[in-house]
Design a protein around this ligand. Structure first.
Ligand SMILES: NC(=O)c1ccc[n+]([C@@H]2O[C@H](COP(=O)([O-])OP(=O)(O)OC[C@H]3O[C@@H](n4cnc5c(N)ncnc54)[C@H](OP(=O)(O)O)[C@@H]3O)[C@@H](O)[C@H]2O)c1
Length: 512
């Protein structure tokens, strides 16, 4: 298959309708690192029709020419192919439009409305809120007041970034407020983990094959570990992270969504609400936490100074409390691990262990389904080589799947060894769509299956609130040296206890 055809088959044959892509926060970090490259990539594969326009909204009084040169320079950094070919760049540049105005001023929205009306044909519009969360409600209300939610001349969809609320109360308030301006069917809450190939493949793997279904339950699965390990520190996100921490930032959103996909029943169809109904049922079945009884269920820690792979060798990186913008006595967790139980027929008694952290030894994200040991130990002599079978969905790096099996070592004696059946997608760098590209494409098509519905978001908050409340009261926090892994080479109280009742230890994320 030629490269272009191969990609077209990957991203699908459906072409989105011409859309005005309005980006609030057009000069922000998310726009330059993710949205512009994703749009340029879509353009390259002819997924942004001729009539698509990218309308950046900035508060600075930029000229159109300055906006075009800004996009050029940012693409040069983050997706150079888009601008190195003059013809390709010319096409992208022709799509760029600019509105200069403050998010809090009605004139900004009138200027956007004028741009849409000046456009021939359908007035489809996607409003991407790549702005600080404090602005979500204000922007939604202004869009509503300016009539920009009205779908009589084309679809109007609003894309909201995470974090969606900081607790249950604020998430409920935000939902109410945005739903008073847009219908739920117009609201797309981004969880970019759901756009990852391996996460989507999880559904295909489960429901497109029949071999797994008989095994996918408490009779064969010992436990599930979902891990997102980052080697970077808090970096420039200190202000946000201090008020968030690992539980809010990762577990309440991405990891619980992934858990719901692993655990859900087959949906009636792939229609967005059928899938979301099944995920919601899982979330509603999650055993509740009691604020006073978190022992053996939730662990938190914060990174101290240490050495991390990828940083200058031998040079220690700073402790979280010494990072710029972080309070010297901060108790914000940079690592969190939580043990969930899903109290339904399929999963009763099967632990779901979710862990995530910053300044860990490796940048790895994966889902590990660990199956039970064989019921009889026939191969006693080489037992050390016999491990539980594991089915791994790697989200990063090298998206793909792996099944670990036990096999006989070739030779005359009965020695066993672990073998890996590896189905790496092997396409990184060759055009596999990035999560943001998949998600933008879906918004333009009106497919909401990879976006979180209001009730799912609130249920996730509802589940973690007792942990957040309990941690708020704690005056101290355990630490781990940057570059070490709690529960593996870093002794963090509670990590061993989380594994109680699980076969095998914490998965070693360096074993790829
Ligand atoms: N960056 C990421 O990788 C990432 C990942 C996940 C989620 N998110 C979410 O995405 C959103 C944007 O994040 P970000 O990292 O891109 O933040 P950022 O770099 O701080 O960008 C925020 C943008 O909003 C604009 N803005 C703020 N107040 C404004 C106002 N009154 N009028 C007009 N524009 C205004 C800023 O313009 P000025 O430059 O003029 O201030 C800037 O363009 C946040 O909700 C964040 O949580 C980001």
């Amino acid at each position: 298959m030629a490269g272009d055809d191969k990609f077209a088959s990957l991203i699908g044959s459906q072409r989105p309708q011409a859309t005005n892509i309005v980006i609030f926060g057009a000069n922000g970090d998310l726009t330059k690192r993710k949205l512009l490259p994703a749009l340029a990539h879509m353009h390259r594969w002819n997924l942004l029709g001729h009539d698509c326009r990218i309308i950046g909204v900035v508060r600075q009084k930029w000229t159109h020419a300055y906006w075009v040169s800004y996009v050029h320079d940012e693409l040069l950094k983050f997706f150079p192919e888009a601008v190195l070919n003059p013809a390709s760049w010319q096409h992208i540049a022709e799509k760029l439009e600019l509105v200069s105005g403050d998010l809090g001023e009605a004139e900004t929205y009138q200027a956007i409305a004028d741009k849409l009306h000046a456009h021939d044909g359908r007035k489809n519009a996607l409003f991407y809120l790549a702005i600080p969360p404090a602005w979500y409600e204000t922007v939604a209300q202004h869009l509503h007041t300016a009539g920009l939610n009205d779908e009589s001349e084309g679809f109007r969809r609003v894309v909201i970034e995470k974090p969606f609320g900081m607790d249950l109360h604020s998430a409920q308030g935000l939902n109410r407020s945005i739903q008073s301006c847009f219908d739920e069917s117009q609201i797309y809450r981004i969880d970019h983990y759901l756009g990852k190939e391996a996460v989507q493949n999880l559904m295909v793997f489960r429901f497109g094959n029949s071999v797994l279904e008989p095994l996918w339950n408490r009779n064969y699965i010992d436990h599930v570990q979902i891990s997102v390990s980052e080697s970077l520190g808090v970096g420039y996100r200190a202000g946000y992270y201090e008020t968030s921490g690992a539980l809010r930032d990762m577990i309440q959103s991405h990891l619980m969504q992934v858990m719901a996909l692993v655990a859900m029943e087959p949906p009636v169809s792939l229609a967005a609400d059928d899938v979301r109904d099944e995920k919601l049922k899982v979330l509603r079945s999650v055993r509740r936490f009691q604020a006073g009884a978190l022992q053996h269920r939730a662990v938190r820690a914060q990174y101290a100074a240490g050495e991390v792979e990828g940083e200058v060798e031998g040079e220690p990186v700073a402790a979280y409390r010494e990072e710029p913008g972080i309070a010297p006595e901060s108790t914000t967790e940079t690592f969190a691990a939580v043990k969930f139980y899903i109290d339904n027929w399929r999963w009763q008694g099967v632990p779901f262990l979710l862990r995530t952290g910053k300044r860990l030894p490796h940048r790895v994200s994966e889902i590990c389904i660990r199956f039970r040991e064989p019921p009889q130990k026939l191969f006693k002599l080489s037992e050390e080589n016999v491990r539980n079978n594991e089915l791994i969905f790697r989200l990063q790096p090298d998206e793909g799947m792996q099944l670990t099996m036990t096999a006989k070592q070739p030779g005359l004696s009965m020695h066993l060894r672990g073998v890996k059946l590896d189905a790496s997608y092997g396409m990184a760098g060759s055009g596999m769509p990035e999560a943001y590209e998949t998600l933008l494409h879906d918004v333009m098509l009106g497919e909401a299956g990879l976006f979180s519905r209001a009730d799912e978001v609130e249920e996730c908050w509802n589940i973690v609130m007792p942990i957040l409340d309990a941690w708020k009261e704690q005056k101290d926090i355990a630490t781990y040296a940057a570059g070490s892994m709690p529960g593996c080479d870093a002794d963090v109280p509670g990590m061993d206890e989380l594994l109680a009742g699980c076969q095998g230890g914490w998965r070693d994320l360096s074993r790829h």
